[in-house]
Design a protein around this ligand. Structure first.
Ligand code: PEP
Length: 250
C-alpha cells in the first residue's frame, strides 16, 4: 500500500503566539497512525519554534522553500544543509506561488529538488496547470513538462521517496477545488508518466492540493490515486487540519 501523507503549508502566516496554540492543538489531535504521516511547513523564522514544539510528536515539519545553492553569496536564501542541521524533513519545491510570483521556472524548480535531495530532505514537488491551460486542454502537457524537467535534471531514480503534489493553480486559495474525478485523472497521468521512466515510481505518494477542506477531503482522498493532501488555508485551523488528516486515514 502506498504511504499516505497530509502536509500543511502555512504560507506567510503565523506569529509565535498563534503558532503555539495551533501546534498544541495539532499535537493533541494527531497521534501516530499506521501508514499515515503528517507534517507542517512553516515560514523560516518559525522553524525553530516548530521543531521544538513538535519534538517527540507524531508530526514532522518542513520548509516552504529551499535554495538551489549549497552556500555562498545568496543574500536572503536558506540552504538544504541549514534546514537539515536542525531536523527538517521536508521542503516544498515548485509551489505555484513561487513559480508565478518569484519567477521560478522548471529549471530552477529542478535545481531546488536536487538541492533538497542532496541535503537529505524529502522534496514535496508541486506541479499544476493554470485555469487558462486547463481550458485549452493543456493540463497533461503542462504537468508532463513540469515532471519531465525534474526527471531530466535529477534522474528518475531521484524521485523515489519524494512526494509529488498535484495542485491546479486555479484551485489554490480560491475555494474552488478540483473534483475528485478531475484530480484522479491528473494523478493517474502523472503516475504513469513517471512509471514509464522508472517502474518503482508507480508507488510514489501523490498528494492533491487546492482548497481542500474538511467537507471535501473524504471524497478527494477516496480516489485510488490520491494519497493525501497539501493543505494551505485549512492547515491554519487546527480542527480543520485534524479533520482533513482523519479523512486521509484508510
Ligand atoms: C497550497 O498553498 O498549497 C494550497 C493548496 O492552498 P489552499 O489549500 O489554501 O488552496
Amino acid at each position: 500500500m502506498r504511504a499516505r501523507f497530509v502536509a500543511g503549508n502555512w504560507k506567510m502566516n503565523g506569529s509565535l503566539r498563534a503558532n503555539m496554540g495551533l501546534l498544541d492543538a495539532l499535537k493533541a489531535g494527531l497521534k501516530k497512525s499506521e501508514n499515515l504521516e503528517y507534517a507542517v511547513c512553516a515560514p523560516f523564522p518559525y522553524l525553530g519554534q516548530v521543531s521544538a514544539a513538535l519534538s517527540g510528536s507524531a508530526i514532522a515539519w518542513g520548509a516552504q522553500n529551499i535554495s538551489e545553492h549549497d552556500a555562498g553569496a545568496y543574500t536572503g536564501e536558506v540552504s538544504g544543509a541549514m534546514l537539515k542541521e536542525f531536523g527538517c524533513r521536508f521542503a516544498i519545491v515548485g509551489h505555484s506561488e513561487r513559480r508565478a510570483l518569484y519567477g521560478e521556472d522548471d529549471a530552477r524548480v529542478a535545481a531546488k529538488f536536487i538541492a533538497a535531495k542532496h541535503a537529505g530532505l524529502t522534496p514535496i514537488l508541486c506541479v499544476g496547470e493554470t485555469l487558462e491551460q486547463r481550458e485549452r486542454g493543456e493540463t497533461d502537457s503542462v504537468v508532463g513538462r513540469q515532471l519531465d524537467a525534474v526527471v531530466a535534471a535529477a534522474g528518475a531514480a531521484a524521485l523515489a521517496g519524494a512526494v509529488l503534489a498535484y495542485e491546479p493553480v486555479w484551485a489554490i486559495g480560491t475555494g474552488r477545488n478540483a473534483t475528485p474525478q478531475q484530480a484522479q485523472e491528473v494523478h493517474v497521468f502523472a503516475r504513469a508518466r513517471l512509471a514509464a521512466r522508472d517502474k518503482a515510481l508507480a508507488g510514489l505518494t501523490i498528494l492533491y492540493g487546492g482548497s481542500v477542506k474538511p467537507g471535501n477531503a473524504k471524497d478527494l482522498f477516496a480516489m485510488p490515486d490520491i494519497d493525501g493532501g497539501l493543505i494551505g488555508g485549512a492547515s491554519l485551523v487546527a480542527e480543520d487540519f485534524i479533520a482533513i488528516c482523519a479523512a486521509a486515514r484508510r
